[in-house]
Design a protein around this ligand. Structure first.
Ligand SMILES: CC(C)(COP(=O)(O)OP(=O)(O)OC[C@H]1O[C@@H](n2cnc3c(N)ncnc32)[C@H](O)[C@@H]1OP(=O)(O)O)[C@@H](O)C(=O)NCCC(=O)NCCS
Length: 181
């Protein structure tokens, strides 16, 4: 298994993987397969290789098959462009428990660290999704809040746990002195 940055040529596999994710891991995502299956190809290309550079996606390949992915979404807004959002984390059931999720997340973290303007990553995870919470906690993400009844799933309303991770390696108390801006 190897981890790469996805390009527009991976769009068909990426679309298929995400539609599978929305179908098989319904509670983990805010979007549904029904909503997303009619999106044009340009929607998926924007997710993995946004020409304006506002997102980047990583893929785990087993031979030629895309078996896992995660993406980062950036902002151009001056007040929040120091944060990137981790979205669309999914590993096919047959490839789970082998470290693909951790390797994808590490790829995203390392990419984010290479961008001097980024200071932190944020994400949300559905409460009770233990494999995902473990994955993020292992990578240094910390919980900073819980939104009750954040999503309506087939099994009822579920809360979303908000997590963040600083990309800075210097003490927070001194961070203002080293602001890359
Ligand atoms: C969450 C997910 C991406 C993890 O992918 P993965 O490739 O299995 O992850 P890894 O093999 O790198 O394992 C990561 C950690 O999760 C733990 N884990 C895996 N399955 C687990 C389970 N069923 N219960 C508890 N922990 C579990 C592993 O033990 C590992 O921790 P460790 O290294 O301390 O042992 C995968 O389960 C998945 O795609 N789930 C459905 C979609 C989803 O929930 N996405 C997250 C949206 S926020």
């Amino acid at each position: 298994m190897h981890i790469v940055t996805l390009t527009a040529s991976d769009v068909a596999q990426y679309r298929g993987l995400l539609l599978e994710a929305y179908e098989l891991a319904t509670d983990a995502f805010t979007s549904t397969a029904a909503e997303r299956q009619h999106e044009p190809e340009s929607f998926w290309v924007k997710r993995i290789a946004d020409p304006s550079g506002m997102s980047v996606a990583f893929g785990a390949f087993e031979n030629e098959e895309l078996v896992g992915t995660v993406a980062l979404e950036f902002s151009a807004k001056p007040k929040i462009k120091h944060k990137a959002l981790v979205i669309g984390m999914y590993v096919r059931p047959k490839a789970r428990g082998l470290g693909a999720g951790s390797a994808l997340l590490l790829g995203a973290i390392n990419y984010a660290r290479s961008k001097p303007s980024l200071r932190q990553l944020t994400l949300t995870v559905t409460e009770g999704n233990l494999p995902a919470v473990k994955l993020y906690t292992n990578a240094g993400f910390e919980t900073f809040g819980i939104e009750p009844a954040a999503i309506l799933t087939p099994s009822g309303y579920k809360a979303k746990v908000y997590m963040w991770k600083t990309l800075q390696t210097i003490p927070p108390a001194l961070s203002g002195l080293f602001d890359p801006e």
